[in-house]
Design a binder for this molecule. Structure first.
Ligand SMILES: [Zn+2]
Length: 385
């Protein structure tokens, strides 16, 4: 049996990878992306896009809706509902640049705009973005507020959803570095989810449609980042945005942007996130011949990746191994990573961005901790040494 997936032509994907710098919105880079970074770009988009302020965050920062295209396939995208998850925002602005000037891919751009109406909310939680926090200013997790609608930002998203009534939604997030894929535990650079609508995780008609889109995106990207695309757990979260939107008939693709080796600014991940968006849009309007079943062949995310592993630490003559997670925090407008140390009894099954095998001798764990803290993991010039 031939399973035909309507993916983007592989030559187009290759072109996007090779010429990515033409589409990269260079003005926004790194992890700390705030409204002040994106607002000047939004103001320049009005020649091609329709820009509307849909309201304000709790701290009175503007929330924008950006529309383009005239097609019957309606797709809604939003990013940074978790303020410190900015990779999706960067990918959206790359997509804007592509739509503005597609270079040699004019045919693909025109095809997208004829077939689709695209609506973007590129930073749903500007207060969280400013403080580099997951939560909004009321300390509400917007991705757990779909039923209660306690946050003003959740109300705005809901209003856009019911006004626009999209066939598909793309809910853009970042996942932590800990997620890994496959036997080799490579980092989960992109993970996807077709959210469940009930505890039994029933594979409904709508979920099958969402799964088909994800299977198509995976088919387009799996050769670019082999064994680095994962499937997120489809455990049902009764108050989550995706689960509720999917339940209400709006198929929702969740994209989690994750780690790529040494890419702590997530600038490489951003490129694949951008290509995943183009692929995803394409899957929505092509003739639907692909199968949702391929979704289940995408390997599930595991949590077997660390930032650092030290295998040869001697404390009071006893050999130990330690795993290090870097916790990112905003300190004086810079993202700083603080090492969180965990002793590893068995690390053979784990992988890390860097594995340090050089022998180090300390008198206590506290001394080892001080040694790590002195390294000062500033994300601006981030290197793991
Ligand atoms: Zn998130």
């Amino acid at each position: 049996m031939i399973v035909y997936i309507c993916n983007v032509k592989s030559s187009t994907i290759k072109y996007l990878v090779k010429n990515y710098t033409d589409y990269k919105q260079e003005i926004i880079t790194g992890r700390y992306i705030t409204l002040a970074n994106i607002e000047p770009i939004i103001k320049k988009l009005s020649d091609l896009f329709t820009i509307k302020k849909i309201g304000f965050s709790l701290k009175k920062q503007s929330i924008y809706k950006i529309t383009i295209g005239n097609g019957k396939n309606k797709i809604l995208f939003w990013s940074q509902m978790h303020g410190n998850e900015s990779t999706g925002t960067k990918a959206i602005f790359d997509l804007f640049k592509f739509l503005h000037n597609p270079k040699k891919l004019k045919k693909l751009r025109d095809e997208i705009l004829e077939n689709c109406t695209l609506v973007f909310i590129p930073m749903l939680n500007p207060d969280g973005a400013k403080k580099f926090t997951r939560l909004n200013a009321q300390k509400i997790d917007l991705n757990r507020d779909a039923v209660a609608l306690e946050a003003v930002e959740s109300v705005l998203l809901n209003r856009v959803l019911y006004d626009f009534k999209p066939q598909y939604c793309f809910n853009l997030h970042d996942q932590r570095t800990i997620f890994s894929i496959g036997e080799d535990n490579k980092p989960a650079t992109l993970s996807f989810l077709a959210p469940s609508i009930d505890k039994a995780r029933t594979v409904t008609k709508g979920r099958k449609e969402t799964m088909r889109i994800i299977a198509g995106i995976n088919d387009d990207l799996k050769y670019l980042i082999p064994n680095q695309i994962g499937r997120y757990t489809d455990e049902f979260y009764p108050t989550a945005t995706g689960d509720n939107f999917q339940k209400s008939g709006f198929n929702t693709v969740l994209i989690e942007a994750g780690h790529y080796k040494d890419d702590y600014q997530r600038e490489i991940t951003r490129k694949y996130n951008f290509i995943a968006l183009i692929s995803g849009i394409h899957q929505v309007y092509v003739i639907k011949k692909s199968t949702y079943k391929a979704y289940f062949k995408i390997p599930e995310n595991k949590k077997n990746y660390l930032d650092l592993i030290y295998t040869n630490i001697f404390i009071n003559d006893e050999k130990k191994a330690f795993g290090i997670y870097l916790k990112e925090q905003l300190v004086k407008n810079k993202i700083i990573a603080t090492p969180i140390i965990k002793e590893l009894k068995n690390y053979s099954y784990l992988n890390a961005n860097k594995i340090v095998r050089v022998k180090h001798i300390f008198n206590s764990i506290t001394e080892f901790e001080s040694f790590l803290l002195e390294k000062k993991y500033f994300f601006d010039d981030f290197t793991l040494s």
